[in-house]
Structure formats: structure tokens, C-alpha cells
Design a protein around this ligand. Structure first.
Ligand code: ZN
Length: 415
């Protein structure tokens, strides 16, 4: 912990919580309950949750939240699962804790968990089924320790965090969900996030599918007419020449290309997918504008270079991904997380990634993403694993729990 933080009122709040009986009781409960957490992690991992098909896992999770005693448990219009652990404060504002339901793996992927000592191997076992299991363990530990919070705790399991899901669950939650105006702060558990990392910046991205069209023709007989493949290639070359800031990190990649029908035909259509990202909203919008200019210029250049007698090259852009950039300003949430990390002897560092928290950050709602506890690796591959060695797992879980306790202003039943 840095000096300026350790002397701050927020640091004292965390310190008091960490040294309290209530905290000891919660941590002891997490420890006692650890085997159950692992068995629920295995059970949830083995319910497939492919992109856009999270229903089966959502229903199972809904039932588990009911069993954990939450109120108002439901599946919302887009497929998110929500439930409330009421506090004593009258229930206007809520502190939300969330994990995403979806995995990156298509239907049919073998999701059977293989256990090898403390290691569990299966696609999705870490990212982000471990987050779902950790939240269930938190709820039981709060109950076992007789913890009452002032704020309501809202549990949120989202759909569509990964890839083309494009944060649709969280986007719906904050645009049309019934709790959208009631969230005071959001803690996402996702990972594997290193124990000391507080993700408080959200990398924004814009993803496009550009379709270049032209008249098409015979490769020999029609030679000399415009060719959409040249326009697409020009776009790729120009994107590669762009000077991009390294701070805020800003990136641009052509990623998928397709088109053409035959080796001896001038194509009539070529598609190109492009991934634009930045840690800064303004840098991302500048990059977005530059990309659109390059696409148009590439068409003009091709139309000026060859014959348009049979038709011109045009380009159509389809936005296939749109994640807002954002940042959580320094304040209680980050201070508490830093204090929670410091209490366990870890050095905290602030990070920027693309997670469900982006949506809240872009709306000015304080949001961070933390570890779900334990370690893991090979996320987004079928070789994915997590380590559930009890001591380090509980230590990691305690970081999110301590942050949650500080945010919700705890007191014990007997107090
Ligand atoms: Zn994830």
C-alpha cells in the first residue's frame, strides 16, 4: 500500500474491516465451503454456454441463486440472471457483483472437467465459470457469518460478454434493465485476472465488416476493369501505415478476409473484417474516422486506376462490434480494492482491459474487474485450466469479498 493511501480514511475503513470479527467469520466460511465451491464450479462448467446460447446455464444459475436465498431472482429479457440480497438501507441503491455466463466455445465442444490434483481442466472453467462459482460462495459465506449489509447486493450473471456477444447482456442491463438507475457501483469477477490487478479502465473497440463490391468479370476478357480486391488490399496496406499512439494504447488490425469465386474471375465482392481498439474514447473515435476515410479513399483510388465502364467499386461498412472505452475515476471503489489487495500482502496495480465493466465505466458508474480467486491459464482455448488449491484460492476470493464488504457497509447480526 502506498503512503498516501494508507493514511487515507478509505484505507482505515478497509483496515478496520479486515481486522474485524465479521471479516474473520466470512473468510472462515469461504474456507469451510471451498469444496462445495469447487463442486459447483465443475457442475456449472459442464453445462455448455456457447455464444448466444447461454439459456441452460442461466436456468441452472437462477436455481442456485434461489437456493442461496436471494430475492427477486429472475432471468431478464435478454437472458441475464439477477437476484437481490437485501440490505437494511431501504433498497434504493444497489452494489452489483457480476460474472458472465457465456464462454467462447461453440456448441458441441467437450466441456467435461478433468481433475488433476488441484487443477481443473475444461473449456470455460476459468473464464468465466469460476466467477459464477465464486459469487455463490460469497453469498453462502455472508449468510454463514450472519452478515447484514446496508446496501442491497445485486447479483448479475450476464450473457454475451465474449466476442460477438459484444457485451449485450451488460448493455441491456444498463439501458433497459429494471436496475439500470440503481447501481451505485459494479464489481465484476472475471479472469484469470492476477490477484493484485484492479481493472479500472475499459478498452474500447469498434469492429467492422467492410464489403467491397464491383462489377466482376472474366479475368482475361474483362481485364482492366476495377477490382474490389485491389481496393480491399489498398485498405489493408493503408491501415498498416497508420501511426497509432502507444499511450493511450491504440491498435488496428485487419483480421478476416474473404471473397472471390474462382481463380479466373475478377471478384464482384470482397469482405474484410477490422478490429479497432483504444484505451481512450477520443483516440478510438479518431481511429474510427481515419478508418472510414481510408476505406473511401481506397475505393476512389481503384475507380481512378482502372475502367469503371462496367461499374464502380463501392464499400459498405457494417458495425459488428462496439464496446465503449471508459475509466473509473479514483474513489471509494478503487481505494477499497487497493486496500483489500494490500491487506493480503499483494502489490496492487491498475489495468485496462475489455470486460463487462466497460459499459458501466462509459456511463460514469464506478466499476472494476477483479480476480475470482486462484490462478488459471489458457483461457479461450480447449486447454483452459484453473488451480483450486484451497489456501491461495480463498486468499484471492477474499480480495473481492473485502471490497464488497467495504462498499456495502457491513455490520454483524449481533452488533
Ligand atoms: Zn471473461
Amino acid at each position: 500500500m502506498t503512503d498516501d493511501l494508507s493514511s487515507s480514511p478509505n484505507a482505515r475503513i478497509v483496515q478496520e474491516i479486515v481486522e474485524s470479527e465479521i471479516h474473520a467469520a466470512v473468510v472462515a466460511a469461504l474456507d469451510r465451503d471451498h469444496d462445495r465451491m469447487v463442486s459447483e464450479l465443475i457442475a456449472l462448467t459442464e453445462i455448455p454456454a456457447p455464444p448466444f446460447a447461454e439459456e441452460a446455464r442461466a436456468r441452472a444459475y437462477r436455481d442456485m441463486l434461489v437456493q442461496a436465498g436471494l430475492k427477486e431472482v429472475e432471468i431478464d429479457a435478454i437472458g441475464n440472471v439477477t437476484g437481490i440480497r437485501p440490505g437494511s438501507g431501504g433498497g434504493q441503491k444497489v452494489i452489483a457483483i457480476s460474472a458472465h455466463l457465456d464462454t467462447v466455445f461453440p456448441a458441441g465442444t467437450n466441456v467435461t472437467v478433468r481433475r488433476d490434483g488441484d487443477r481443473l481442466h475444461a473449456p470455460g472453467v476459468g473464464d468465466n465459470t469460476r466467477g459464477l462459482a465464486t459469487i455463490l460462495a460469497y453469498l453462502r459465506a455472508l449468510d454463514a457469518a450472519g452478515v447484514h449489509t446496508r446496501s442491497d447486493i445485486l447479483v448479475l450473471a450476464t450473457v454475451g460478454e465474449e466476442g460477438e456477444g459484444d457485451l449485450r447482456g451488460m448493455r441491456h442491463f444498463f439501458s433497459a434493465g429494471k436496475y439500470r438507475d440503481r447501481v451505485e457501483a459494479l464489481i465484476c469477477l472475471d479472469g484469470p485476472t492476477p490477484a493484485g490487478t484492479i481493472v479500472c479502465g475499459g478498452t474500447g473497440s469498434k469492429r467492422y465488416k467492410a464489403t467491397f463490391r464491383g462489377p466482376g468479370g472474366h479475368s482475361f476478357a474483362d481485364f482492366g476493369i476495377v477490382n474490389p480486391m485491389f481496393a480491399a488490399a489498398k485498405t489493408i496496406t493503408e491501415l498498416g501505415r497508420m501511426a497509432l499512439p502507444s499511450d493511450p494504447k491504440t491498435t488496428c488490425n485487419p483480421t478476416v478476409i474473404g471473397g472471390g469465386t474462382s481463380v479466373n474471375a475478377i471478384p464482384s465482392e470482397v469482405t474484410l473484417q477490422v478490429d479497432l481498439r483504444s484505451n481512450s474514447a477520443s483516440a478510438l473515435s479518431e481511429l474510427d474516422a481515419a478508418f472510414k476515410t481510408i476505406v473511401q479513399a481506397s475505393c476512389h483510388s481503384e475507380n481512378a486506376s482502372r475502367s469503371t465502364a462496367k461499374g464502380e467499386i463501392t464499400a459498405q461498412l457494417e458495425l459488428i462490434g462496439d464496446r465503449p472505452a471508459g475509466e473509473t475515476a479514483p474513489g471509494d471503489l478503487i481505494d477499497y480494492a487497493r486496500g483489500a489487495i494490500a491487506a493480503f500482502g499483494e502489490i496492487s496495480s491498475l489495468g485496462t482491459f475489455s470486460t463487462d465493466a466497460n459499459i458501466a465505466m462509459s456511463l460514469g458508474v464506478p466499476a472494476i474487474t477483479l480476480t475470482w480467486g486462484g490462478t488459471g491459464g489458457n483461457a479461450h482455448t480447449v486447454e483452459e485450466w484453473v488451480d483450486v488449491e484451497r489456501t491461495s484460492s480463498v486468499r484471492g476470493m477474499t480480495i473481492g469479498m473485502t471490497t464488497l464488504l467495504a462498499m456495502t457497509a457491513v455490520r454483524r447480526e449481533s452488533a
